[in-house]
Design a protein around this ligand. Sequence first.
Ligand code: PEP
Ligand code: MN
Length: 691
Amino acid sequence: MSGGKDDGHKPWLQELRTQLDQVDGDIIKLVAKRFDTVDQILKAKVGHTQGIRDPERERQVLAKVEAIAQSVGLSGPLARKIFAEILAHSVTRQAATLSPLDAGARIAYQGSPLTYNHLAAQKYAAGQGSTGDFLGTATIREAVERLAAGGVDVALLPIENTAAGSINEVYDILREREFHIVGEETYKVDLCLAGPAEIPLSGIERVHSHPLALDQSSLFLAALPGARRVPVVDSAEAMRLVAEANDPTQAAIGSPEAAGAFGLAVLRRGIGNQDEILMRYVALAREPAAFDARIPCKTSLILTTRHEQGALLRCLQVLADYALSLTKLESRPHPNRPWEYMFFMDFEGNIADAKVADALDELRTQALFLKVLGCYPVKAKPAEVVASGVRNAGAPTIPAVTTSDTPSAAAPATVPAAVRRPRDHGKHHRLVDRAERGDTLVRVGDVLIGGTGFTVMAGPSLVESKDQIEATAAFVRQHGAHVLRGGVFRPGAGPGTFTGLGEAGLDLLVAAGKAAGLPVVTEVLAPEQVRAVAAKADILQIGARNMQNFALLAEVGKVDRPVLLKRGLSSTIEEWLAAAEHILAHGNGQVILCERGIRTFESATRNTLDLSAVVVLRERTHLPVVVDPSHGTGKRAYVTPMAFAARACGAHGLLIEVHPAPDQALSDGEQSLDFPGFAALMAGLGRTRPA
Ligand code: PEP
Ligand code: MN
């Protein structure tokens, strides 16, 4: 204790202290004035797409204050440190002004009050200028269900831990469910040991906590040989148990906040194996959020790569070409496809920025399936390192692009590809364009559709009964078919007519396919059916009557399932490609085009099978093209010759209607092959599949 009483007798000291308080007050007022000025700049910039964070400008500011500091005899690094803090705060402030969470937003987290998850949720809300209304749930799944049901606005879920790595459960939720990431948060896990009183560590016999917290304090615990680990549901519960026991041989590991709340004494802080253990969280909402282009954002996505060598590398190259830095790459096993993976990527970039939109477009041409999980303000990013000596002046500049009449001349490596390969806004259907890439191979079960393969999909027009579909599945498989077809929702069924067996029919189709070892294709009629059918069927068929149902196309574009897109009854190839483009633009690149005949003046056949479309499409698109001669001709006798013709002109496969008793078929009997007819077709194609 210094003699405060004595100091009071020294008026000069008193005066200096008053002066100091005055200076401190002035510093704070100046900082506030600085923020005000920044706010004014921000308002003036509204509508501009220039980022809030301007690294070049920040470097200049820091260099300038360092120089001023040195000129008045102050430490340059100190000035830098102070201003780095001010600049960082300024960015958070601006981002919050532009994207406020509702003041009383309801936020779910997993755990009980004062667990790290709860503290992180509080930090997230505060950063958004919200007081938050918090709901702790027993499990992560429960938090998600609350969000789905509308009980909360946001679920803040832990996605990775700098010591333990990724939390797979949350990745699986992002893949399976239709939520959007609207924010992220980081939280420094301060692992502290607390007991009922200031007890000696050597006397501790039991240490309670969440298993992860116990693991991450293992080195510290190893030095307490008498202590046994007691795993409990969460760290706050551990604190509660220890407070209740009030026993000097028991301690808990958790947050200092929880220790305080339960009246425990903190015996030791920072007991983690690593100096700094950080949790990263994602804030999920039911709707996506849009953030002003000036807010530094991260974009997260799920991606499935093409079935070819170097596919992942080409996707990563797109990000590199657009100078977007990848902050996270995680792979998870693809459900139902052993040894195949889905990739989760985070990169720095705001979707509102045209460059990012272009890069995503480019990625869609490379990926087989792509889903944007969300775009949200950056909170977690690696520390920026500045190479010494290149702070601002003398930084290399990107050479200007000059036009050259020697197009083969390589562009300088420093010119981003975004400049080298400008997006061709004049081209209508860029994603399906053959010029963009080589043949797309669509994987279904163990077959690849497209490329040099020839795939036969066969089965009844409609699933009518268990016996009918089982017998057909077994027969077509025995004769070399690769995929089983069967309608369960009948398009254009008039009132009083058979509408198909619906979901029960889908189960029969899937079971028959499984028994025969064939994947299945079936038609979806409405956007609401897509997810349920995609959960069971291997390929989703879009019927001719729905080719321009854009809501339906968007929905199949959002699921990771191949789509068989039939040509509209009176659609041009251009319109058909536009429909395919729509599906690709929503993220699903697994589209197979199916020519099934068009309406012409000719009435000798049900439709006019336009085989010239196959050659046109082979030239114009990288997507596989198959032919349906059943609907294309409407007559059994014409099906086989046109099937041969389809293969001769370059189709990648066939869709054939086959029925055990075509004369009794509930739909399209006159164009369905019977079993001997199908056997003859397959023999003619030169393929029989050994049973
Ligand atoms: C079908 O394949 O059963 C069907 C209804 O086809 P389309 O949509 O081509 O008429
Ligand atoms: Mn049919």
